[in-house]
Design a protein around this ligand. Structure first.
Ligand code: SF4
Ligand code: SF4
Length: 317
C-alpha cells in the first residue's frame, strides 16, 4: 500500500525551518545547539533502534484463529513492555508517508504518558521527560515488532529513529483520542501529554474504533493553547475538515520562531491544555494544572518559558 500523506522533514531537512533560521540571521538552530548531553544520548538511542526497525521473519507462522483475542494479547504485550495505552486500526494510505510503501494491514499504536509534574519544573525538565518518553516508545515498538516477526508475520517499528507513519491519523483511527486545536492527539486519561511508538504488521488483528469524547466540541469554545502560545501560531477559530475531523492548522513558521530558534524547549500548548484532567477527573493532575496555569499567569501567558528558580518562587519552594 502506497502512502498519500505529505511529510514534513525533521530538523535541518525541513526547508521551511532552514529558511526561517536564515531569515533570522542564524547559521544554526539554537534549540539543537543547546541540547544537554542526556538529550543527545537519548537521540542516539532512538537512532540506534532505527537500524533494527525491521528484521528477519520466522519461517513458521503461528496460527491466529481469533483476531480479537490476538488484539487483546498484543495490547497486554504492549502494556507489559511499558505502554500506558494501546489501540489498533486497519492501515490506510492516509496514515502512510507519501514516499513510503508498506505491505501491512494493521497498525498498532502504543502510547506512553509523560509525567505532567515535570512541566512545572521548566523547559529543561519537560525536554528531558519528552525525550525519555520517546526512547521508551522506540524500545516498546522495536520489541513488539521483533516478537511479531518471531511469530512468522512481517512487522516494522515506527518511532523517532525511523518512521513511515502519520502518528496522529493512526492514533485517531486506533481509538486513542481526538485531535485538539493545538495539533496534538488528546487521550482521555493522558491528555496530550504522551508520545507514540507504532508497529505495522500483517498479523491478523481486530481493529478499534475512534474514541469521540467531546474534545473537538470543547476546542470550539476553549482557547487556552492559543492564548498561551508565545508565537501566536495556533488559530482561534479557523479550521479545515479532513475525513470528518476538524484540523486547526498551526502556523508552523511562527511556531518555529519560539520552538526552534530559542535555546529552550517549548511544550506550552500541550501543558496549557485542560484535558490533562478534564476527562479523567484526576484530582492530582487538576491541582498540578492549576499550579501550572498560575505560573503562566505570573509569567504573562505568552511568555516563551520561565526558569525553574522562578517556578520555585511562584510555587513557594
Ligand atoms: S510549541 Fe510553542 S510556539 Fe509552537 S505552537 Fe506550541 S506553544 Fe506555540
Ligand atoms: S487547550 Fe483548549 S482549545 Fe487547545 S487543544 Fe486543549 S481543549 Fe482544545
Amino acid at each position: 500500500m502506497k502512502g498519500t500523506s505529505k511529510v514534513r522533514q525533521q530538523g535541518y531537512g525541513d526547508p521551511l525551518l532552514v529558511e526561517v533560521m536564515k531569515r533570522h540571521g542564524l547559521d544554526e538552530i539554537p534549540l539543537y545547539t543547546h541540547r544537554p548531553p542526556e538529550t543527545e544520548a537519548r537521540r542516539q538511542r532512538w537512532f540506534d533502534l532505527g537500524k533494527v526497525r525491521d528484521g528477519e521473519v520466522a519461517a513458521e507462522q503461528r496460527a491466529v484463529d481469533d483476531p480479537a483475542a490476538m488484539a487483546a494479547e498484543i495490547k497486554a504485550m504492549a502494556k507489559g513492555l511499558g505502554a500506558s495505552a494501546v489501540g489498533i486500526a486497519k492501515l490506510t494510505p492516509i496514515m502512510i508517508d507519501e514516499a513510503a510503501e508498506l505491505t501491512h494491514d494493521s497498525v498498532i499504536c502504543a502510547i506512553v504518558g509523560e509525567d505532567y509534574g515535570e512541566a512545572l519544573k521548566g523547559p529543561r525538565a519537560i525536554e528531558t521527560e519528552s525525550t525519555r518518553t520517546y526512547v521508551r516508545c522506540a524500545e516498546i515498538s522495536t520489541e513488539m515488532a521483533k516478537r511479531i516477526r518471531a511469530w512468522g508475520y512481517p512487522a516494522v517499528a515506527h518511532h523517532n529513529g525511523g518512521c513511515d507513519i502519520q502518528a496522529i491519523a493512526a492514533m485517531y483511527a486506533a481509538g486513542l483520542g481526538e485531535l485538539g486545536k493545538h495539533g496534538s492527539l488528546i487521550h482521555p486519561e493522558l491528555g496530550a501529554s504522551h508520545r507514540p511508538g507504532i508497529v505495522t504488521t500483517t498479523l491478523p488483528l481486530s481493529p478499534d474504533a475512534p474514541n469521540i469524547f467531546g474534545v473537538q466540541d470543547t476546542c470550539l469554545k476553549c482557547n487556552l493553547c492559543t492564548n498561551n502560545c508565545p508565537a501566536d501560531a495556533i488559530p482561534t477559530k479557523d479550521f479545515v475538515i479532513t475525513e470528518g475531523v476538524r484540523r486547526w492548522l498551526t502556523d508552523v513558521e511562527k511556531c518555529y520562531t519560539m520552538s526552534r530558534l530559542r535555546p529552550q524547549y517549548c511544550h506550552i500548548c500541550v501543558d496549557a491544555c485542560p484535558y490533562i484532567h478534564k476527562a479523567n477527573g484526576d484530582q492530582r493532575k487538576k491541582d498540578l494544572f492549576k499550579r501550572y496555569m498560575a505560573m503562566r499567569k505570573k509569567a504573562g501567558y505568552k511568555t516563551p518559558a520561565w526558569f525553574a528558580e522562578e517556578a520555585e518562587e511562584v510555587l513557594g519552594g
